[in-house]
Design a protein around this ligand. Structure first.
Ligand code: ADP
Length: 270
C-alpha cells in the first residue's frame, strides 16, 4: 500500500480569491497498482495454455503418420483450450465485479434456484467421481443482490468442493437463516487446506499446490470471485478446514427485507 498521497490544485478565481482543491489520491493509486498487478498476472496465466496449445499443434503436425499420437495430442489440446476458455470467462467475470462496487439495484435472489443451478453445473464432474451432492436446510430463502453473481459464487464453491474431494464422497450444500442474513454452506470431505495456506486461498490466481491441482484444471480465480461477490453484497465468506478431512465454506449474504412473510400482515396470518 503506497503512502498517503495528496495532490492540490490551485484555481485562480479573481484578483484576490483563490480556490485550493485538495484531493486524496491514495485510493486511486492503490486501485491503479492492483490493476497493474492483475494485468501482469493475467498475461502470465494466459501464456501457459496458449503456449501449450501451440506446442501441441506443432506436435500434431509432426505426428501426421502416427494416428495414436495425433489422437493423444488432440485430446490434450482440447483440455488446454477448455482451460483457456474457463480462464478468460473468469477473468471477465472478475473484472466486471471489480467495477461493481457497491452493487447497483439489488433484487431478491431465490437461494433454492441458485443452489439448484450450482448443483446442475457440477453434475457431470460429480457423477464422474461418484460424488453425491446433497442439499439440506431452510427452503424458500431469498437474499438481496444480483442473481448472476450469487449463482457464480455458489457454483464456484460447489465446483471446488467436487474438485478437491476424493471419489465416492459426499458434498453437502446447506442453508440457514440468521437474524437478517442467509448462510449458504458447502461442506466437503475432501483433501482440506493446510492451516498456513488458508489466508491466501482467496487471492487471485493463488493455488495451494499448482502441480498437484493441474489435473483439476483450476484457474485460481474461483475464490476471488466468491470473495468479491460477498463484498459487493455486504456479506462475507468464511472457511474451516482440516487437512485430509474436508472443508466448509460459508457464504453469508443479507436477506431480503421485503420478505412477504415478515412484512405483509395478510401473509403473516396465513
Ligand atoms: P481453483 O480454480 O484453483 O480451484 P480457487 O480460487 O477456486 O481456484 O481456489 C484456490 C485454491 O484453494 C485451490 O487451488 C485449492 O488449492 C484451494 N481450495 C479451494 N476450495 C477448496 C476445497 N473445497 N478443498 C480443498 N482446497 C480447496
Amino acid at each position: 500500500v503506497p503512502a498517503r498521497s495528496v495532490s492540490a490544485r490551485v484555481a485562480p478565481l479573481g484578483s484576490r480569491l483563490v480556490l485550493v482543491l485538495v484531493e486524496d489520491r491514495t485510493r486511486e493509486r492503490r486501485v491503479e497498482a492492483v490493476r497493474r498487478d492483475f494485468v501482469a498476472n493475467v498475461s502470465h496465466e494466459l501464456k501457459t495454455p496458449v503456449g501449450a496449445i501451440r506446442l501441441l499443434s506443432e506436435a500434431v503436425a509432426d505426428a501426421a503418420d502416427d494416428p495414436e499420437a495425433v489422437k493423444r495430442f488432440s485430446a490434450r489440446m482440447l483440455l488446454e483450450s477448455e482451460r483457456l476458455g474457463q480462464l478468460v470467462q473468469q477473468i471477465i467475470e472478475l473484472s466486471r465485479l471489480q467495477g461493481d462496487d457497491p452493487l447497483e439495484a439489488p433484487q431478491p435472489v431465490e437461494v433454492d434456484r441458485v443452489i439448484e443451478l450450482a448443483v446442475d453445473t457440477s453434475a457431470i464432474d460429480a457423477d464422474a467421481k461418484r460424488i453425491a451432492v446433497v442439499t439440506s436446510g431452510a427452503r424458500g430463502l431469498r437474499v438481496l443482490g444480483n442473481t448472476d453473481q450469487v449463482a457464480a459464487a455458489v457454483s464456484n464453491l460447489v465446483a471446488n468442493a467436487v474438485s478437491y474431494s476424493e471419489p465416492d464422497s459426499t458434498v453437502l450444500v446447506t442453508t440457514k437463516a440468521t437474524d437478517d442474513m442467509v448462510e449458504i454452506s458447502v461442506v466437503d470431505q475432501g483433501i482440506g487446506i493446510p492451516n498456513e495456506e488458508i489466508e491466501r486461498i482467496f487471492e487471485r490466481f493463488y493455488r495451494v499446490d499448482p502441480a498437484r491441482h493441474r489435473s483439476t484444471g483450476g484457474t485460481g480465480l474461483g475464490l476471488s470471485i466468491v470473495k468479491h461477490v460477498a463484498a459487493t453484497h455486504g456479506g462475507e465468506v468464511r472457511v474451516w478446514s482440516v487437512e485430509g478431512q474436508g472443508s466448509t465454506f460459508t457464504l453469508t449474504l443479507p436477506a431480503t427485507v421485503s420478505d412477504p412473510a415478515v412484512s405483509d400482515p395478510v401473509n403473516q396470518e396465513e
